[in-house]
Design a protein around this ligand. Structure first.
Ligand code: COA
Length: 161
């Protein structure tokens, strides 16, 4: 069977690693490319230094650079996704799913019973990814995200592990 993903973007060439605080600068650069509200490198570093951090990076290329990340925290029996992104030129190649599945494995090992996150209700790509992975809506925060034409709701999605 042939794949329609070019070898350059093939997930077989991608490695999943723990996100060490030393990778904060690179993660911040990718975060700024993908999100309108860029997080400061120092804030990302603090999150990665936190003992509860359960954060992963997906690296690929030669030299290997960060193509995607998920920043999450494990508390009691829950893991919360604080941010996830994939570089625009690597989207729809399976990295988002790979990062979330890696997080699910790590969270299970940490004895978490569920993963939850907040997502803007107009973020169709992220919603499609989460629903495909089995996340279900468990809450709604009204007018949570600001858009130029008005505030929109955040959906709280949960995946039982
Ligand atoms: C959301 C995001 C992380 C998804 O990453 P990705 O690597 O492109 O996702 P994957 O390739 O693993 O997609 C897995 C599945 O999710 C769904 N999906 C992902 N992106 C989609 C899109 N743009 N439209 C429709 N479905 C999509 C599809 O079912 C896809 O499977 P398929 O490609 O076989 O159809 C990526 O779009 C991104 O970085 N977006 C900007 C940042 C962001 O919004 N983060 C989430 C904040 S809550």
């Amino acid at each position: 069977m042939t794949s329609n993903v070019t070898p350059f973007r093939n997930v077989k060439h991608v490695s999943l690693l723990w996100a060490a605080p030393e990778r904060a600068e690179e993660i911040a650069m990718l975060h700024a490319r993908v999100f309108a509200d860029a997080w400061a490198e120092g804030s990302i570093k603090s999150l990665l230094e936190h003992p509860a951090s359960t954060s992963l990076i997906a690296i690929a290329g030669d030299p290997k650079t960060i193509k995607g990340f998920v920043i999450a925290q494990l508390a009691a029996d829950e893991a919360e996704v604080l941010s996830i992104a994939v570089a625009p030129d690597w989207q729809r190649a399976g990295l988002g799913a790979m990062l979330m599945e890696g997080l699910a494995r790590a969270s299970r090992k940490g004895e978490a019973r569920r993963i939850f996150l907040e997502v803007a209700e107009d973020n169709t790509a992220a919603l499609a990814l989460y629903r495909r992975l089995g996340f279900k809506e468990t809450g709604r925060r009204r007018k949570y995200y600001h858009r130029p034409d008005g505030a929109i709701d955040a959906l709280v999605l949960t995946l039982p592990l």
